[in-house]
Design a protein around this ligand. Structure first.
Ligand SMILES: NC(=O)c1ccc[n+]([C@@H]2O[C@H](COP(=O)([O-])OP(=O)(O)OC[C@H]3O[C@@H](n4cnc5c(N)ncnc54)[C@H](O)[C@@H]3O)[C@@H](O)[C@H]2O)c1
Length: 277
């Protein structure tokens, strides 16, 4: 099957690398043009290197190699005006909007009582408020199009259950599910569907870094990805440590496509069964 989003335009936040880049390429391969934004800079409380302008340029290259157009902009999902401007410019160039992937996110770690104020705020601002900003900027374009639409918010297994050392992230990702359900109610009359993805550990630089290896293996001095694989596997039901970005993209593609035309208000785990554990 191909062309499942032929002729549509998708807005993707966090498009420079990881899942966002994979979403952009997957949707482009299935016929969509892309409006991509990314911060392309570091946030001080984040304990791993974030994406760079070169990463976003690579996404542009790969979308164009798939034969589709892309408008890519450095923008911060915390800054509503800048995000809206980037989206408005993209829609002006590509002519319409049909699909939204609110995917940009960060993570950091610490016991709830030890999290610094700024660390808490950064995660809530990017992972929850940033997804609201993406939806808020997109809704008028989707309504104007009169063709309905599909908004997909990226939550997490941490949006469905508790997890130690992640109080701010768990709060933000639970909040994303509440936001998704409310948007689904409010936008249903316009046939704009709103759903969420809840991945288990995904093989991206958000987790493939020394800070996360140490979280999983505090018993080791210099743990590696291999050392993390055992405890990561223990989170899932299927005997795998993590899924690949394309596994999340395939679920996103389904929710974005007309195959999911009557699915709204759903939090879809793509999690090797972690949510039932
Ligand atoms: N990797 C995992 O294990 C995992 C699991 C469940 C959910 N998630 C979620 O998936 C989403 C994608 O993460 P990923 O795994 O691809 O990680 P990643 O770090 O590779 O990608 C995240 C992207 O978001 C961008 N970004 C961060 N803050 C931003 C901001 N303020 N404005 C614009 N862009 C910003 C980053 O620069 C980066 O390109 C996130 O929402 C994350 O919370 C990840």
């Amino acid at each position: 099957m191909s062309g499942r989003v032929e002729g549509k335009v998708a807005f993707i936040t966090g498009a420079a690398r990881g899942q966002g880049r994979s979403h952009a390429i997957t949707l482009a391969q299935e016929g969509a043009d892309i409006i991509g934004v990314d911060l392309c800079a570091q946030i001080g409380s984040v304990p791993y290197p974030m994406a760079t302008p070169e990463d976003l340029a690579q996404t542009v290259k790969e979308v164009e190699a798939a034969g589709r157009r892309i408008v890519a902009t450095d923008a911060d999902v915390r800054d509503y005006d800048a995000l809206k401007q980037a989206l408005d410019d993209g829609v002006a160039q590509l002519g319409q909007l049909d699909i939204v992937s609110a995917n940009a996110g960060i993570v950091s770690f610490g016991r709830a009582e030890e999290l610094a104020e700024q660390t808490w705020r950064d995660v809530i601002d990017v992972d929850l408020t940033g997804e609201w900003h993406a939806a808020k900027a997109a809704i008028p374009h989707l309504r104007d199009g009169g063709r309905g639409g599909s908004i997909i918010l990226t939550s997490s297994d941490a949006g469905l259950k508790a997890s130690q050392n992640l109080a701010h992230y768990v709060a933000a990702k639970h909040g994303v599910i509440g936001l998704m359900r409310t948007l689904a109610l409010e936008l249903a009359p316009d046939f704009i569907r709103v759903n969420a993805l809840a991945p288990t550990t995904v093989d991206t630089l958000m987790v493939m870094n020394p800070a996360t290896y140490r979280l999983f293996r505090p018993d080791l001095k210099n743990p590696t990805a291999d050392d993390m694989a055992g405890p990561a596997t223990a989170l899932n039901v299927l005997p795998i440590p993590w899924v690949e970005p394309v596994d999340i993209s395939n679920a996103l593609l389904f929710l974005a496509s007309d195959q999911a035309r009557y699915i709204t208000g759903v939090a879809l785990p793509v999690d090797a069964g972690a949510a039932i554990k």
